[in-house]
Design a protein around this ligand. Structure first.
Ligand code: SAH
Length: 371
């Protein structure tokens, strides 16, 4: 089901002079209040109204004086994106295509799985990694998202929940390479894990997914990152990995493995490797055997994901027989493996797909018309 949204207005010109409150840290907001002779506890009050009580406008923060609400409204806005499209899958997955004032479009997804309410967030507009099967990187990267733009995705999805439901998990698996935008991603995730005024999501339930950039993985380890790390491996040898994930050419699987071991040594966070199964490319019994050799002695989990086909790209999902055989070899090899079900199949839920689809359809021109 697709329902184009037309009611939300684009950012008005006066609004662009205001600042985004989602870009403020608790610290900078305290300064703002103190500079104006308001008590500093107001900062936490305002932030928790937005992140915890899901309040969307300063005028609804009735615990604040009228004067203060007006001042806040003069200086700040809360949301800057317009929901260009929202889709709901039959399995409860919801996807939003958000458009920013500069015209950049990003995707984010809410997944409902038993009691879990997970969100999949983007870290960049587009992606520079160039994975050949992925829709996000087909046109390269435009820019990094700010901390507020990353948080805004979580907040817009949070507002789709029933009042008694809470976001429980975050995966940085939307568009972009989170480790190429490490500072902003970590700032946003700090708010996500903060239970005082933020989303209060345990860092064990927050996963940063990366193509595998060793210097950035080392930075995370040095910072004693509390987050789960997932490495998008997709191939058991460098020759095949470089074909599928071109940035691998200058990195190599060995360097990634060494960095993940350093990360594990410091953080004790269990590592996950992601492996998207592509028909006749990386789904062969030989690949499974090589994977067993590569991962056998590591404390790692392998997440095998059947490919979600991208219109216009020549890659396909393997047959169920090939998937079963792949699974058998890994299990017999003693690998800790999970075969993920695809979610949101009917709504182009794989990374970057919705944006891509919309760019190719002439009727989307109307969605752009306010820019
Ligand atoms: N750049 C990061 C995070 C974004 S992609 C990374 O590479 O991990 C998140 C995951 O989705 C990656 O494992 C990516 O390879 C995978 N992916 C991309 N397109 C896909 C598709 N069409 N079907 C299934 N998985 C896909």
């Amino acid at each position: 089901m697709t329902k184009p949204m037309t009611h939300e207005s684009a950012e008005s010109p006066s609004k662009t002079e205001k600042q985004s409150i989602l870009e403020q840290t608790e610290h900078s907001l305290i300064r703002w209040f103190v500079d104006r002779d308001f008590p500093k506890y107001r900062a936490k009050q305002v932030l928790s109204a937005i992140y915890q009580r899901r309040i969307d406008s300063f005028s609804d923060m009735t615990e604040l004086s009228k004067d203060l609400r007006a001042k806040l409204d003069e200086h700040f806005y809360i949301f800057k994106t317009k929901t260009a499209e929202s889709q709901q899958s039959e399995d409860g997955t919801e996807k939003l295509l958000l458009e920013m004032p500069d015209g950049g479009r990003i995707e984010c997804v809410l997944l409902r799985d038993g009691p879990r309410r997970s969100v999949c967030l983007s870290s960049q507009v587009g992606c520079a990694m160039g994975c050949v099967f992925c829709a996000s990187g087909l046109d390269g990267v435009d820019r990094n998202l700010t901390r507020g733009e990353i948080l805004e995705q979580a907040l817009k999805l949070q507002r789709l929940l029933e009042p008694e439901e809470r976001l429980s998990h975050i995966v940085m698996m939307g568009m972009g390479e989170p480790l190429a935008n490490l500072r902003n991603v970590l700032e946003a995730l700090d708010v996500a894990r903060d239970s005082d005024y933020g989303l209060g999501i345990s860092p064990r339930r927050i996963t940063i997914s990366t193509v595998g950039l060793p210097p950035a993985i080392d930075k995370l380890a040095e910072a004693h990152s509390p987050f789960q790390l997932a490495i998008s491996l997709h191939a058991p040898n460098d020759e095949l990995r470089t074909r599928l994930v071109p940035v691998n050419k200058n990195i190599g699987i060995e360097a990634i493995m060494a960095a993940t071991e350093r990360y594990f040594a410091v953080t004790s966070r269990r590592l996950t490797f992601e492996y998207v199964l592509l028909k006749d490319l990386n789904d062969t019994p030989q690949c499974a055997e090589q994977l067993v050799k590569l991962l056998r002695r590591r404390t790692a989990m392998l997440n095998v994901i059947p490919y979600n086909p991208v219109p216009g790209l020549p890659y396909e999902t393997p047959s169920s027989e090939a998937i079963l055989e792949f699974r058998r070899i890994l299990m017999e090899g003693g690998i800790n493996v999970m075969f993920r079900q695809r979610k949101g199949n009917d709504i182009q839920a794989a990374c970057g797909q919705l944006r891509r689809l919309r760019e190719r359809e002439p009727q989307i021109v109307t969605l752009n018309s306010h820019v």
